[in-house]
Write a protein that binds this ligand. Sequence first.
Ligand code: HEC
Length: 96
Amino acid sequence: MKRFMMILAAFSVLSTMVWAEDGAALYKAKCAMCHGAMGEGKVGPSLQKTSLSEKQIADLIANGAAGKKAPHTKGVAGVTADQASAIATYVASLKK
Ligand code: HEC
């Protein structure tokens, strides 16, 4: 039983690590070219200073918002809702 609990604990630590890494990797692949490697801003605005909440960021990436510039008119291409929330969690961690 003890051994089972340890395996379970190890697995849950591992899965949160993979999850966090996923958001970072997706950010690098799909956002960094416009928002900078650390979200410091480039073509796009700084994400370290955004006033949007994690939830609003996830919504913007997944669904976009009318009146925003591309690629945020309709949501960033090829990003699923699950990926959007992983990316938003990562972006929120970059905030200063
Ligand atoms: C082609 C360049 C480009 C890419 C790729 C891009 N963005 Fe943007 N992003 C912009 C621009 C430009 C704006 C400003 C849009 C506007 O206000 O109309 C913006 C705005 C934003 C905002 C709103 C900031 C604020 O404070 O209002 C967030 C959040 C954001 N982007 C996150 C992301 C994330 C996360 C990704 C990756 C999934 C991403 N962006 C990909 C260019 C880009």
